[in-house]
Write a protein that binds this ligand. Structure first.
Ligand code: GLU
Length: 470
């Protein structure tokens, strides 16, 4: 049997990390078995759905590299099909028209609650034939009244629900539009979905959907309900916990490889291995090794993984993502080192790409002021002479690279009988504007001769002014 799985988001917001993890599990499952992965946009709730959300979902899927084989299918384009199926169920006596008014249904509920019963539709139109011709009606599914539905959930194990617990749910509203449970069922059936992998907030819908599928004579798919993700405080993950949209993680400087690795481990394990390439995941992933319990989001671990991937992925891969951040922070790559050079010198020093770009501004643009604390500490009058000497040495270099720059700094320090410590920090602050940078020779080499010399001038005038003020 060929596997067909799907991701079926409702476009009512961005692709959040919970949805992304569900998509990832579903995608991995299809890829593992060489099956088909379908993307289906469940946009029947016209009020809450928007094109913007559709775009956000597609962007998120693309950024994560979760490609689909079929779709995106839009449920709003499939209304004819749903209507046909509803009509068929009616014709077969597996669904019926219910003429209850909203008030009647409310009254039914209240009476049941007052009697201490669980509120549910009591089936009052289930067997009636005295249909009015001039009243609005909804269409309800004739749920079996006896027996149990058994879900052999691939993650949660066996779940049994008595049919007596389920009422006859509405499958078409009074305006004729189909309801959520009907559209999902029709699509899973018509699209040949063999594995429904989705969030466990849908576990209550599953027995109802299985009953409808059975009434349609459809083969039942297998179900796997993925437990939810909690914030690090144990509460359901929400905006309160910071970023929840996938693209927000991109904006914050995460690599898709890190987020995918993080999300898969959040709910699945393979021994105590933490780092997985996508190829490995496709090979190793299995629904049976997924956690049944919710998992808590841990930003520290995500940062750790991100750092790992910044350091270990081929620079060309990191560069693809870094480029976006440079333009986002309005830095012009043609004004400084190449992306690969930048990754080589800064990659080890940061946890996110956003941070990488933030600490690299001085490579691409000049600054008018020095970091106050660093300048106070290192650009003192005693630093003037060593800075001048380094400047002279740099000016004489014919070859300009990290080695020659290194030698020039050494020569300057030696000529004054000073250790590197007395020269290094003032020079670092002078050329970068602050007290942190990669190793000085490489940094100066990448900044370039003219810029380095001009910035030392700026530092010298800062020192001079400071001397006058004292
Ligand atoms: N559209 C539903 C949601 O976004 C998912 C339905 C399903 O996966 O069956 O929650």
């Amino acid at each position: 049997m060929s596997i067909v799985s799907r991701f079926a988001p409702s476009p009512t917001g961005y692709l959040h990390v919970g949805g992304a993890r569900t998509a990832l599990f579903s995608w991995l499952y299809a890829r593992k078995f060489g099956g088909t992965f379908i993307l289906r946009i469940e946009d029947t709730d016209l009020e809450r759905s928007s094109q913007e959300s559709v775009d956000a979902i597609l962007d998120g899927m693309n950024w994560l590299g979760l490609d689909w084989d079929q779709g995106p299918f839009y449920q709003t384009k499939r209304f004819d099909l749903y209507k046909e199926v509803v009509a068929q169920l009616l014709a077969d006596g597996k669904a019926y028209k219910c003429f209850c008014t909203v008030e009647e249904v409310d009254a039914m509920r209240e009476a049941q609650m007052a009697a201490g019963e669980k509120p549910k539709y009591n089936g009052m139109w289930r067997d009636r034939t005295d249909h009015p011709t001039d009243k609005p009606f909804v269409i309800r599914f004739k749920n079996p009244q006896e027996g149990v539905v058994v879900i052999d959930d691939l993650i949660k194990g066996r779940i049994e629900v008595a049919n007596a617990e389920l009422d006859d749910l509405i499958i078409a509203r009074s305006d004729g539009t189909p309801t959520y449970n009907l559209t999902v069922v029709v699509d899973d059936w018509k699209m040949g979905v063999t594995h429904v992998i989705r969030g466990d907030d849908h576990v209550n819908n599953t027995p109802r959907q299985m009953n409808i599928l059975a009434a349609l004579g459809a083969e039942l798919p297998k179900y796997a309900h993925v437990p939810m993700i909690l914030g690090d405080d144990g509460k359901r993950l929400s905006k309160r916990h910071g970023a929840v949209g996938v693209m927000q993680y991109r904006d914050n400087g995460f690599l898709p490889q890190a987020l995918l690795n993080y999300l898969v481990r959040l709910g699945w394990s393979h021994g105590d291995q933490e780092i997985f390439s996508i190829e490995e995941l496709v090979q190793l992933f299995d629904l049976s090794a997924c956690n049944r319990a919710p998992s808590a989001f841990n930003t520290e671990k995500l940062l750790w993984l991100n750092q790992h991937y910044i350091r270990t992925l081929p620079a060309s891969e990191v560069a693809k993502h870094l480029e976006w951040h440079l333009s986002e922070q309005k830095l012009d790559i043609s004004q400084g080192p190449s992306l690969e050079q930048l990754i080589a010198v800064q990659g080890e020093r940061v946890k996110t790409l956003k941070e990488l770009v933030e600490v690299s501004r001085y490579f691409y643009e000049d600054f008018a002021e020095f970091d106050e604390a660093a300048a106070k500490k290192h650009l003192r009058p005693v630093a003037a002479e060593p800075l001048k000497s380094v400047q002279q040495q740099l000016a004489t270099l014919t070859d300009w690279n990290a080695e020659t720059v290194h030698a020039a700094i050494n020569t300057a320090a030696e000529s004054l009988g000073l250790g590197m410590g007395k020269v290094g920090m003032p020079l670092r602050v002078a050329v970068t504007g602050g007290g942190n940078s990669p190793s000085l020779d490489v940094t100066v080499a990448l900044i370039g001769r003219e810029r380095a010399i001009a910035r030392i001038d700026l530092a010298l005038s800062y020192i001079e002014k400071r001397g006058e003020a004292a």
